[in-house]
Design a protein around this ligand. Structure first.
Ligand SMILES: Nc1ncnc2c1ncn2[C@@H]1O[C@H](COP(=O)(O)OP(=O)(O)OP(=O)(O)O)[C@@H](O)[C@H]1O
Ligand SMILES: [Mg+2]
Length: 502
């Protein structure tokens, strides 16, 4: 059987970076080819060459063993290549049907045939088992369902190659299962798929073959059955990582941050505290109210009752500047929108929050500033030829690291991290964990929201588990395991019994 697609000896250079260095790989019909590698390894660049966004400097792309020659997004689409990005490209204000056929409407003569499109949309959605009516406005759908619409759109253009670039990073476990069910169905239809992810457990579940990238080069391609987690991790990081979660347990100090009976639209009576020297895990299902609580605590969103205390001092509502001034740092879940200025450099983004805290009369010492930024760039493994590179041109995971650097530089003493390692490669994860350990060793306190249980269990001194907007329970490190956390996460807190999930 011929290859569906072949990537032959492709190189691509950006200013100061060899993003791809003589890379070859291929895709068979009905195959899920997983691509992994550290942040900035060149994965997304590869996929953008396949979908015609970038032209390679050298090498060629073949479809059905025939060189494609010039490629553009339009040409790629005509050849049945579709890309499902992490940031979705659908139009929220349009209906499901309108989104599916946007740009390639079915016509009768010169008139748009809505009836035919409704019917076809229904068939497409049914073919992947999605129960959404074609007339629904896309903005009313969950992220997962929006992604399903993207898949239906790809199928409406007869896609034979579908690229998934970190599709699961904002999905719940149940939604990931649903996506995998659809991928399995597509496999049966002979669609070839590339699948990029940093969530290594899932690649063993969904992949047929795996390619490991590092520094723009291909390290290996192998059937997934011949790989194990250790080999994959070593291939990605370029070194063995024995113990990802390094913890020392310093003596605990004063209570740094305390939430007293905090109530808001999506959470009720939340009580929690973090002491100097402690990492607190905030676990629970996606949608259980964890992010809402910390956003209110930091003053980004309002709350209706209760108190937020920093070192015993009551904080005003809706005043994130005040909290930052008191030494609280907040890493939001949606970094792209809330955490970064894309048109500024790594250095400018990194020092932005630190500047706010400095006395305006302080003369900013440029050399010291650059040295500090370089120090964090090294510690976090930010891959960029210079700290003056615009954040816009960094890889997805590298952008995440810049947001982290930005808060670490402020010398805050209380850190609220919402999903700190999402989109981050396995080697850098372990550096971030040791940075967190270092911070609490210096007397900081950390509140960490995470949907990755191993991370919560590995890093936390204490774990608060949320369910349906309430703290369902608190577990000490010694007592915590998968079962105890999951049981609480699924528990019905008495006062919310009978109430539906938001
Ligand atoms: N348009 C661009 N201009 C300049 N440099 C770029 C551009 N696009 C990508 N790069 C650089 O190319 C390298 C590879 O980036 P790419 O986005 O392919 O990485 P990735 O493997 O997808 O990483 P991640 O896991 O973080 O998403 C990075 O060093 C990145 O900064
Ligand atoms: Mg990427």
């Amino acid at each position: 059987m011929g290859k569906l697609l072949e990537f032959r000896n492709i190189s691509k250079t950006f200013p100061g970076v060899k993003a791809l260095d003589d890379v070859s790989l291929d895709l068979n019909p009905g195959e899920v080819h997983v691509v992994v590698g550290e942040n900035g390894a060149g994965k997304s660049t590869m996929m953008k060459i396949i979908s015609g966004v970038y032209a390679p400097d050298r090498g060629e792309l073949l479809l059905d063993d025939i060189p494609l020659g010039r490629n553009t997004p339009k040409i790629a689409e005509q050849h049945g290549i579709a890309m499902i990005y992490q940031e979705l490209s659908i139009v929220p204000e349009l209906s499901v049907m309108e989104n599916i056929f946007l740009g390639h409407e079915i016509r009768r003569g010169i008139l748009i045939d809505r009836k035919a499109m409704d019917k076809r949309a229904e068939e497409l959605l049914a073919s992947i088992g999605v129960k959404v009516s074609p007339g629904t406005l896309v903005k009313n759908l969950s992220i997962a369902n929006q992604q399903m619409i993207e898949i239906a759109k790809a199928l409406s253009k007869n896609a034979r190659v579908i690229v998934f670039d970190e599709p699961t990073s904002s999905l719940t476990d149940a939604e990931i299962k649903e996506l995998f069910r659809i991928i399995t169905a597509l496999r049966g239809k002979g669609v070839g798929m590339f699948y990029i992810s940093h969530r290594l457990e899932e690649i063993f579940e969904i992949g047929d073959r795996i390619t490991i990238m590092r520094d723009g080069r291909k390290i290996a391609t192998a059937p997934i059955a011949e790989m194990d987690m250790g080999k994959v991790v070593e291939g990605i990081a370029g070194r063995r990582i024995e113990n990802v979660f390094q913890r020392h347990f310093p003596a605990k100090g004063e209570i740094l941050l305390e939430l007293k009976d905090l109530c808001g639209e999506r959470f009720q009576h939340v009580n929690l505290n973090v002491r100097a020297g402690e990492i607190i895990g905030l676990a629970g299902l996606v949608g259980s109210g964890r992010s809402e609580v910390v956003r209110a605590a930091f003053g980004i969103d309002p709350y209706s009752a209760g108190e937020v205390l920093v070192r015993g001092k009551k904080m005003p509502r809706n005043n994130p500047q005040r909290l930052a001034h008191e030494g609280v740092a907040f890493l939001p879940e949606d970094r792209k929108r809330e955490g970064l200025a894309l048109s500024l450099s790594i250095r400018e983004n990194a020092v932005i929050s630190a500047l706010r805290r400095l006395n305006p009369l302080t003369i900013v010492d440029g050399r010291r500033e650059r040295a500090t930024v370089r120090d964090f760039v090294r510690k976090l493994g930010i891959s960029s030829p210079t700290i003056e590179k615009l954040v816009h041109f960094l890889s997805g995971g590298t952008q995440q690291k810049v947001v982290l650097a930005k808060w670490l530089i402020t010398e805050a003493s209380i850190f609220i991290f919402d999903e700190p390692t999402r989109g981050i490669d396995v080697g850098s994860k372990s550096s971030i964990y040791s940075l967190m350990d270092e911070l609490v060793g210096l007397g900081a306190g950390i509140v960490m929201i995470s949907s990755e249980l191993p991370e919560v269990l590995g890093m936390s001194d204490r774990i608060y588990v949320m369910a349906q907007g309430r703290i369902a329970g608190e577990i000490d490190r010694e007592e915590a395991d998968h079962v105890s956390v999951i049981q609480l996460a699924f528990s019905q807190t008495s006062a919310s019994q009978g109430r539906s999930l938001q």
